[in-house]
Design a protein around this ligand. Structure first.
Ligand SMILES: [Zn+2]
Length: 236
């Protein structure tokens, strides 16, 4: 199957990668949507509630207690998948990466054209004056991180109830529409609306790499149910 994947990549010149939580779990980051992920935790609210816009506005102190405890992935490192995509982009074959992950690992690995549908922990802004802050400023702060102007700093991570960034959606759909090969990895495509974007694909090869079934399996050209790190290690 790896040989088949290699052949498809060789034949393609406009590849787009669409990644989900599985790409991050391969770097040791917990998937907060999975059963044994962050849901079964010590907090008195459930994760969806704690990561909602309403909760952030009403309980910034508890939001940040949770956020700093569970979302701090600054020490995590890019894995085989992230690294391979950097090479593929340098070769001019990969045109873009669309990810549902917020850990910024594609950028950390060295990829340039990255679209983060759910935002990133690396961008943070004061809600009052829009001054920008680094992830370190947020994670190292005591309690609720505050701007020098007194405003609360908010991570540019898309919370529940918040819309996705329109520009990012537009660019993502545009990339997928023009792609001749789409690699979907580490996502079972259950998270709407991001999952619906693959319907825009009109290219030749749709490849799914995931350790469980996805809704795209039935119309994919190639489905690989293997560990992400292993698959991309074999490609490098
Ligand atoms: Zn400010």
């Amino acid at each position: 199957m790896i040989e088949e994947l290699k052949k498809m990549i060789n034949e393609s010149n406009n590849i787009v990668f669409f990644g989900g939580a599985g790409v991050s779990t391969a770097s040791g980051i917990k998937d907060f949507r999975s059963k044994d992920g962050l849901y079964n935790m010590k907090y008195k609210y459930n994760v969806e509630e704690m990561l909602s816009h309403t909760f952030f506005m009403n309980h910034p102190d508890e939001f940040y207690e949770f956020y700093k405890d569970k979302m701090n992935t600054l020490d995590k490192q890019p894995n085989e998948c992230h690294k391979y995509l950097v090479e593929l982009e340098k070769q001019g074959k990969l045109k873009g990466i669309i990810t549902q992950n917020i850990d910024g690992l594609h950028t950390k690995a060295g990829s340039i054209n990255v679209y983060e549908l759910h935002g990133t922990i690396y961008k943070n802004k004061c809600m009052k004056c829009s001054k920008e802050y680094k992830a370190e400023d947020v994670f190292k702060s005591n309690g609720v991180p505050k701007c020098s102007c007194g405003g609360i700093i908010k991570p540019e991570v898309v919370l529940y109830e918040e819309p996705l960034d329109e520009e990012t959606i537009y660019k993502s759909i545009d990339l997928i529409t023009k792609a001749d090969m789409l690699i979907v990895a580490g996502t079972s495509l259950r998270v709407y609306p991001a999952s619906s974007y693959i319907n825009y694909f009109r290219g030749k090869y749709l490849v799914v790499i995931n350790n469980e079934k996805t809704i795209a399996d039935s119309f994919a050209n190639l489905v690989i149910n293997e560990d992400i790190n292993e698959v991309f290690k074999k490609l490098r």
